[in-house]
Design a protein around this ligand. Structure first.
Ligand SMILES: *Cc1c(COP(=O)(O)O)cnc(C)c1O
Length: 360
């Protein structure tokens, strides 16, 4: 079996031991005589998988007892609508911080359900920085303040937790959840699509403070009503069972790597190596403000876009795939999520130096 070094932004690389365990358990999960895919979601086998997956997540993130963990569907983009439907709580507006492509999508969708105020924007820098807290204009009557904690396309990440006072802080953590310790108690709600740092596409994770539940708009679809989901342990209808199972294996793998502290150390080392290489080079450039650079998604440019195709071709020949940047930013992007090993970044850096020596 040959595995590539996969720098995909999502769906993204999964830890190899997780894939191997899933393969070993594929047709007979632990003596049940069934694949997890074939199990009744209300049977004792799957109920135990769900309970263990949830317990592991609570342990990893140290989620306080007054928070609910929900396993949903519809992706992070689904949450852009589901959020205001559930969290307006009689208020008519919500604040959003605009840091790039994903927060833009959140703003546009929320606007269908409430008045959206942009409390801060990074537009002036063409979304290459996080607006400092001092520039935020938060409406104290806002239902919540929404941020995207890591802009997957722009490669901009919060390395601090905003203080929004009594207004609940809501974060789209799709692309940096579980990459470092997080103080969940600072957030009203955290959501994430699974396909970056958690597991397969099709599962969406929501962590929500209990006191925010119970005032969903009457139009809210039953399966997207947080309160209803919480009361039914995410089992109103069939949850994405196989994706939940794989997420559980990933959580166990993270725990085995030293939990979120271990992940943070590894991610810092990987991102540090890549950014040091960019900074030491007179050839490659990073478009993002130094203090706001993402440890998960690293966009970089070659001096001439005419070299992009050759760079990508050479990378592929060396077993490194999905390095093409998003069309909005151009250039390259290396997504180096939890499951991307240090060896992948070392191989990339070696190739970048080789390419620079040839073309620089
Ligand atoms: C990938 C991504 C999304 C979109 O997630 P879907 O699950 O495809 O809806 C939203 N926000 C961020 C920050 C992302 O990285």
């Amino acid at each position: 079996m040959t595995r590539v070094f996969n720098f995909s932004a999502g769906p993204a690389a999964l830890p190899e031991p997780v894939l191997q365990q899933a393969a070993a358990e594929m047709s007979d999960w632990r003596g049940s005589g069934m694949s997890v895919m074939e199990m009744s979601h209300r049977g004792k086998e799957f109920m135990s998988i769900l309970a263990e997956t949830k317990a592991l997540l609570i342990e990893l993130l140290n989620i306080p007892a007054n928070y609910k963990v929900l396993f949903m569907q519809g992706g992070a983009l689904g949450q852009n609508a589901i959020l205001p439907m559930n969290l307006l709580r009689g208020r008519n507006s919500a604040d959003y911080v605009h840091t790039g492509e994903w927060s833009k999508k959140s703003i546009e969708e929320a606007g269908k359900y409430c008045r959206v105020r942009v409390a801060a924007t990074a537009e002036a820098s063409r979304f290459t920085h996080v607006p400092p807290q001092g520039s935020w204009d938060i409406d104290p009557h806002a239902a919540y303040v929404h941020i995207c904690s890591n802009e997957t396309i722009g490669g901009v990440e919060y390395h601090w937790t905003p203080d929004t006072g009594d207004v609940p802080l809501v974060a789209d953590m799709s692309s940096n959840i579980l990459s470092k310790p997080v103080d969940v108690s600072r957030y009203g709600l955290i959501y994430a699509g699974a396909q970056k740092n958690i597991g397969p596409a099709g599962l969406t994770l929501v962590i929500v403070r209990e006191d925010l539940l119970g005032s969903a708009l009457p139009i809210t679809p039953q399966v997207f009503d947080y309160q209803h989901l919480a009361a039914n342990d995410s089992m109103i209808n069939t949850p994405p069972t196989y994706a939940i199972y794989i997420a559980g294996l990933v959580f166990q793998w993270i725990k085995d790597q030293g939990g979120l502290e271990g992940m943070a150390r590894l991610n810092q080392a990987k991102a540090g190596l890549l950014y040091d290489t960019l900074d030491a080079s007179g050839f490659y450039t990073s478009p993002v403000a130094r203090e706001d650079r993402s440890r998960m998604n690293v966009p970089f440019r070659l001096p001439d876009p005419a070299l992009d195709a050759e760079f990508l071709k050479g990378a592929e020949a060396r077993g490194m795939v999905q390095l093409k940047g998003h069309r909005v930013v151009g250039g390259m992007r290396a997504s180096i999520y939890n499951a991307v090993p240090m060896a992948a970044v070392q191989a990339l850096v070696a190739y970048m130096k080789e390419f620079e020596a040839k073309h620089g």
